[in-house]
Design a protein around this ligand. Structure first.
Ligand code: HAM
Length: 421
């Protein structure tokens, strides 16, 4: 490789990460704005936690047998010798923050949302990145399945505002600590019978946590997993009643769904409800969002015994199927000739911006023709002209670029015109 080429490679974005540039970022902003507005309607407030945490938080929370923890974490030792991890998901961080700040004692609804980057070391492909972004919501302290139904409905409301069509909602119950051991035992037996057909990883999972075989992407393992018993046949009375209530609540909200007994989700903490909303417009990575209930995490962290439920939506995946039209900008371009007019342009731009007009001046020595060429290129809605005469009279020319109409007036006259347009 030439010196030039290797220098270029060194400064390129890291594999699995990407820049979000102007032109695309407006869609991100629109999504973030709609997400905030939607969540606030349901009583959620933003909670911002750090990008990295003690590794142990995810080992304990996300789960030591999950693929995320065993294969995908960005873990490093810092200069103080601590093992830290770039968060692969957000849920354990929220639970930690609640315990640390005793948010449960505040009396406010324990409903939190957040948007930001997450990090997982997996093979990058369409819809799968190493730095990706999630919109995450979590609710604490409400056991009733009605709240699970409500957040699924909230997800639908948001996807609707984002213009996402052709989705399918999958729901399941993964039971609880009372009923899951019997299911895991049955899975272990079923997996044991077909061990030879499983990949090495799944042979290990058959011993450690057979539920995790459902997460395997190897087709042969998926085929074997299709023959496994269904968790629906192992639910205890409490979990069965909870799942029935979830279904009844989804019916009330007119949310169409399909029960998928294989939907165990890739993280170890789920209890009872699990759900995903998938898109038919995406390839292999078709989950737009996923979530569920995790009633034991807080007490397992040594905090109060408070249940939780929530979901996270992948921003990249949602944007790839969203139909968003960010608002058209109306830019006022100020064209000036000469040094004195430049200073007037500086002040006029301040004046218009302080009155809410988006205004652009480029401080470059240009002739009038070049100014208009540039304004056209930037798709400016208006051009304001400052030359010698305008400086003397305090009256400026304003051209409407779409119609070609020319106006003239003081800065206050022109402001009135701009605000009306
Ligand atoms: P998750 O299913 O691991 O759940 O991730 C949620 C969503 O994040 C996925 O449905 C997908 O849209 C997106 N996503 C995940 N990994 C990637 C990736 N490598 N590249 C692009 N997008 C990705 C969780 O993270 C749980 N914390 C959700 C939750 C919240 N459960 C309860 N509360």
């Amino acid at each position: 490789m030439s010196e030039d080429a290797s220098a270029k490679k060194e400064i390129a974005a890291v594999k699995g990460t990407r820049d979000i540039l102007p032109g695309e970022v407006e869609k991100w902003q629109a999504l973030e704005g709609l997400a905030r507005a939607t969540f606030e309607l349901y009583g959620f407030r933003e909670l911002r936690a750090p990008v990295f945490e003690n590794t142990e938080l995810f080992e304990k929370g996300t789960g030591a047998t999950s693929d995320v923890v065993t294969k995908e974490m960005y873990t490093f030792t810092d200069k103080g010798g601590r093992s830290l991890t770039l968060r692969p998901e957000y849920t354990p961080s929220v639970v930690r923050a609640i315990i640390e700040h005793r948010l449960d004692l505040e009396g406010a609804p324990m409903r939190y949302y957040y948007m930001g980057p997450m990090f997982r070391y997996d093979k990058p492909q369409k819809g799968r990145y190493r730095q990706f972004h999630q919109v995450d919501i979590e609710v604490f302290g409400e056991k009733d399945a009605a709240v699970d139904a409500e957040i699924i409905e909230m997800a639908h409301a948001l996807l609707g505002k984002l213009g996402v069509k052709a989705t399918e909602t999958l729901v399941n119950s993964v039971g609880c600590r009372a009923c899951r051991p019997a299911y895991s035992a049955a899975l272990r037996v079923a997996a044991g019978k077909r061990k030879a057909e499983l990949c090495v990883d799944c042979q290990r999972k058959a011993e450690t946590n057979p539920l995790r075989i459902f997460d395997c992407k190897v087709e042969a393992c998926r085929e074997v997993a299709r023959s496994f018993p269904s968790i629906q046949d192992f639910l205890c009375d409490e979990c069965r009643a909870h799942f029935q209530e979830l279904r009844a609540c989804l019916d009330v909200l007119k949310i169409r769904y399909r029960v998928d007994p294989r939907l165990v989700r890739g993280l170890d903490y789920y209890t009872k409800t699990t759900f995903e909303i998938v898109s038919s417009g995406l390839g292999a990575q078709n989950a737009l969002l996923g979530g569920g209930r995790y009633d034991d995490m807080m007490k397992d962290f040594g905090g109060p015994d408070i249940c939780g439920t929530g979901f996270a939506m992948g921003i990249e995946r949602v944007l790839s199927v969203a139909e968003l039209a960010p608002p058209q900008k109306k830019i006022l371009y100020i064209a000036y000739l000469g040094d004195e007019a430049k200073r007037e342009a500086l002040e006029l731009a301040r004046f218009f911006r302080s009155n809410g007009i988006e205004c652009l001046v480029e401080y470059k020595d240009r002739g009038m023709k070049a100014h208009f060429g540039r304004a056209n290129k930037l798709q400016a809605a208006w051009v304001l002209i400052i030359g010698e005469n305008e400086l003397k009279s305090g009256r400026f020319g304003l051209k409407d670029m779409a119609s070609g109409r020319q106006l003239e007036g003081t800065r206050d006259d022109l402001l009135a015109t701009l605000l009306e347009s």
